[in-house]
Design a protein around this ligand. Structure first.
Ligand code: NDP
Length: 244
């Protein structure tokens, strides 16, 4: 695993399940001190049982004040992975205000807020840092019934570029990852219908969905010194979907 991450302090949001959980474990295996953040305590309990060195914070990042309180004593963080997000499927004509507020509240507003808190710490301690925002292929390619989720990930892509622009002078690199369908538990359920899966798969030149490790490896790369001149990119992890 990547040596430049050893002894760094990392915060991963949405670390209870799926990509976030696997990322927290991978960072720990690289020798980083890792704080896993999510909103379900039982997920953190099981994570600590698996990885006793894992530090945890239980908070719903959709709550602005609770997030401020939960992170006020977090100390210096070198690496941030903004992974927490939700998806609610609704046809465009049926999109509700509640779904819009929930999706944008977590996927965009909370990502901005957590980044502000952590980046302020990075800037005042000096020494720079790296932030990876988990976006999606759907930030750049329309997907039926995903109007608000697509829009939220489009916002994440643009936020990433502005963060990279403003935080770059502090030697804080900010990049986004744009995975295609990933075979997390949620991904498997969402794409279990054969016709839906075949339609998407046919548009991926590598003709497979991403495994969790495909995404984790790209996150580790973007956090590590091996990507030290990469800043402000939206990196597809999509088997060629977006470029074909
Ligand atoms: P999961 O739903 O498996 O895990 C998401 C994690 O985020 C859960 O632990 C969840 O906690 C947590 N979380 C959600 N909302 C909050 C909140 N308000 N506060 C704190 N924690 C929260 O997602 P995936 O692993 O599948 O996806 C991870 C990221 O990858 C997301 O940004 C997603 O948009 C992106 N992505 C996923 C793809 C896929 O096919 N899986 C494809 C492309 C992008 P809880 O379970 O308790 O709600």
């Amino acid at each position: 695993m990547e040596g430049s991450l050893a002894h760094k302090r990392a915060l991963v949001t949405g670390a209870g399940k799926g990509i976030g959980r696997a990322t927290a474990k991978a960072l720990l295996a690289c020798g980083a001190e890792v704080i896993a953040l999510t909103r379900t305590q039982s997920d953190l309990d099981s994570l600590v049982r698996e990885c006793p060195k894992m530090l945890t914070i239980c908070v719903d990042v959709n709550d602005w004040e609770d997030t401020e309180n939960a992170l006020k004593d977090v100390g210096r963080i070198d690496l941030l992975v903004n992974n927490a997000a939700i998806v609610i499927l609704q046809p465009f004509l049926s999109v509700t205000e509640d779904a819009f507020d929930k999706i944008f509240g977590i996927n965009v507003k909370a990502l901005l807020h957590v980044s502000q808190i952590i980046a302020r710490g990075m800037t005042c301690c000096g020494g720079g840092g790296a932030i990876v925002n988990i976006s999606s292929q759907v930030a750049q390619s329309a997907l039926r019934d995903h109007a608000v989720y697509c829009a939220s990930k489009g916002a994440v892509d643009m936020l990433t570029k502005v963060m990279a622009l403003e935080l770059g002078p502090h030697q804080i690199r900010v990049n986004a990852l744009n995975p295609t369908v990933v075979m997390t538990a949620r991904g498997r359920i969402g794409w279990s219908e054969p016709t839906k899966a075949a339609g998407m798969m046919a548009r991926i030149p590598l003709q497979r969905f991403a495994e969790v490790d495909d995404v984790v490896n790209a996150i580790i790369f973007l956090l590590s010194d091996r990507s030290s001149m990469i800043n402000g990119v939206t990196l597809p992890v999509d088997g060629g979907f977006l470029s074909s």
